[in-house]
Design a binder for this molecule. Structure first.
Ligand code: ZN
Ligand code: CU
Length: 492
């Protein structure tokens, strides 16, 4: 008689590759998937635990490719916002900001402050960060990118200029240390003031060590507004120069004058994909969120304040309301609120649907775990795609929704043996109810666990069940694996 730690019986298996759901029983032992059989095929097996998944979907645990959980995985290792969604792996270090390697001279510059205050930055090397993650034993696995802005801030006296050749060399040395210790790649945040004056050549030079390591480049582009096509070209050029895959972060058409252009934007992506590996991620909402950017306070969209250091009482109000109350312009109000965080009502739903449904698009939450009134994407992104977009509005088949959160993500980021339900792979698994799964987090009440996520295993360990954590935390740092040979249908 064969023995397993866990048998999951009677599930509709969606394996993550996009293949149609099939009825399967699955056996897990020592953190790995050891058998997948047609119903009844595991009747000769015994197990410590048998999970009846009748009528439910079994899928690979979701991979959140776009997070700012760098310090959260250490400070709050239970990772409630993510485990409750069925997320089993997070990728940190996006948008040019990472918790390591970082040595601060004072306060973290905008937007590194999204990750915490100065005390949160304690990892002068990437190796130190890896040790801290493993010591914290988060409930989810953690892969990491290295932020261009973080490297700039280490090496430069001021961020409103280009880096010198010596500074780029010093940044590269730090990036190489991180790559040697398993970092997945380099991220940039060129729209932010802390990186906006970095010319394309600076990023290209910094990206050069990525190819040898089999790593990739991700970018919060220089603009997501009217000049978005130029910004995309800039991103592709980095990929061509350094011979590395490119992921465009949270692809969107921002600003009313730009609405409806997702067709053009996706056309650019498609044309480029014929010649080089490029893809994108997005979150399933038509509002964005970040620190409060004075450049975006133009009066043509609503902006909700989520936090403000001098005026915490303004959280939840529109900037227009704050301006009225203070009898000043919106620009003046925004200045008085700084430093602050905001939600921008800056996308059209048609564009969101078009970008999310494109086969090259992965799901990433871009959640901001340190925000006291976080955008609901932090707690809701994955179940919202499964419930609202795949089921309720039939944007994409459920199998395709799952692929965008699992195998596509794992292959792109070279996270090996995860992202599929396959014999030999790590047992990162989620069981959810396809009829009930839905996001509960709203803009007004964002910190709410999703409905319909029945069970989550991380590395074979049951971590979440019946809307409660088990207390077990089995996540670990995941190093970059060998770059996958991208298949013909374009894993990228
Ligand atoms: Zn970003
Ligand atoms: Cu981001």
């Amino acid at each position: 008689m064969e023995k397993a730690d866990t048998l999951i019986i009677g599930a509709r298996l969606i394996d993550g590759t996009g293949a149609p759901a099939v009825e399967r029983d699955v056996a897990v032992r020592d953190g790995r998937i050891v058998a997948i059989e047609a119903p009844g095929g595991l009747s000769g097996w015994s197990a410590d635990e048998v999970f009846d998944a009748q009528g439910k979907v079994l899928a690979p645990g979701f991979i959140d490719v776009h997070t700012h959980d760098d310090t959260h995985v250490i400070r709050s290792p239970q990772m409630m916002p993510k485990i409750t969604q069925g997320v089993t792996t997070v990728i940190v270090g996006n948008c040019g900001i990472s918790a390591s390697p970082v040595t601060l001279k004072g306060d973290p510059p905008d937007p590194m402050n999204l990750l915490g205050d100065a005390a949160a930055f304690r990892y002068p090397t990437f190796a130190a960060y890896v040790d801290a993650v493993n010591a914290a034993r988060p409930s989810v696995n953690v892969g990491a990118l290295i932020g261009h802005t973080a490297l700039r801030n280490n090496q430069m006296d001021r961020l409103d200029r280009a880096a010198s050749a010596d500074e780029v060399a010093a940044m590269r040395a730090q990036l190489e240390e991180a790559l040697d210790n398993g970092a997945l790649g380099l991220s940039s945040g060129l729209a932010y003031g802390s990186a906006f004056n970095a010319p394309p050549e600076e990023v290209q030079a910094l990206a050069e060590p990525l190819a040898k390591a089999g790593a990739l480049y991700t970018t919060h582009m220089r603009t997501e507004f009217d000049a978005i096509l130029d910004a995309m070209d800039e991103a592709y050029r980095v990929g061509r120069h350094a011979r590395v895959p490119v992921v465009i972060s949270h692809l969107k058409c921002a600003g009313p004058s730009n609405w409806g252009r997702s067709t053009e934007v996706l056309k650019s992506l498609e044309t480029t994909r014929d010649g080089q590996p490029v893809g994108c991620d997005c979150y399933p909402y038509n509002r964005s969120s970040s620190t409060l950017d004075l450049k975006q306070v133009t009066g043509d969209i609503d902006i909700t304040i989520t936090w403000s250091t001098p005026h915490p009482e303004m959280a939840g109000k529109l900037i227009r309301e704050v301006a009225d109350e203070w009898k000043v312009s919106q620009q003046e109000a925004a200045q008085r609120l700084q430093p602050a965080g905001a939600v921008y009502h800056n996308m059209s739903e048609d564009d969101v649907r078009r970008i999310l449904s494109h086969p090259a698009t992965m799901v990433g939450s871009d959640g901001l775990p340190n925000d006291p009134l976080p955008h609901p994407r932090l707690w809701g992104a994955f179940p919202r795609v499964l419930g609202h977009y795949a089921r309720d509005t039939a944007l994409i088949p459920l199998e395709e929704a799952v692929r965008k959160m699992t195998s596509l993500s794992a292959r792109r980021f070279s996270i090996t043996e995860r992202g599929e339900v396959k014999v030999g792979f790590h047992a990162d698994l989620v069981v959810f109810d396809p009829e009930r799964v839905r996001d509960a987090a709203t803009f007004a009440k964002p910190e709410q666990a999703a409905d319909g996520i029945d069970a989550v295993w991380v590395n074979g360990v049951l971590t979440y069940r019946e809307q409660a954590v088990t207390g077990a935390r089995a996540g670990r740092f995941v190093a970059r694996g060998a770059a996958s040979k991208l298949d013909a249908q374009g894993a990228f």
